[in-house]
Design a protein around this ligand. Sequence first.
Ligand code: ZN
Ligand code: FE
Length: 255
Amino acid sequence: MPAQTHLFLCLSDNYGVLIHDPATGATAAIDAPEAGAVSAALDATGWKLTDILITHHHGDHTAGVPELKARYGCRVTAPAHEKSPIADVDVSVGEGDPVRVGSLNAKVIATPGHTIGHIAYWFPDSEIAFVGDTLFSIGCGRLFESTAETMWNSLLKLRALPDDTLIYCGHEYTLSNIRFALTIEPDNAALKRRAEEANRLRAAGKPTVPSLLGQEKLANPFLRADVPEVAAAVRLAGKPAAQVFGELRHRKDRF
Ligand code: ZN
Ligand code: FE
């Protein structure tokens, strides 16, 4: 039976997601921005929380863990190599480790950059990846704890997933990301299509998340640092992709 998901807003612009295995009833929360919003989502779906899968140590992804664990007795899986400790972790995981939610299988992809221990959870059979604050729709996370080269290599790992993969990211930043992306590739047809779609969704009060990896590859400049036109747009034609990526991230930081 295919996995079911439920996306909901937390705090001001964070997304929480539940992934549910109908075969066993197991349900995981991807990150725990706030306990109340996760509990409300569980009440709305009628699903029972068995797992929390944490992508990175930042408070807007972990603050709800202690209260949710106390309330539901769920198992908490979190990255093994973070700089700051995460409360109440049961299982620490890193690159390539398998994670199970009932009968659903996920694989951990180490994606250092935003934080040094950041991980993504890829559910290959469900064609879903939970990427936290590494990759956003038409954007990427800020480089708080690593170099541009490290983050670029993490993005390459995500870019290598199948095009049909649904990307669930940690924040609704899409419109602001699109405004920046259009300064880099104003004539990119896939980006212009995404801009129209995102504007329509946001005007209707709907999320722009999840997005398809295949579309991100065509429209997200941070996945396109090795495209000659993108390098030329930041006056770094012929330079290494990691350097182009670093310049894109630097410009976005000041945008
Ligand atoms: Zn973060
Ligand atoms: Fe965040």
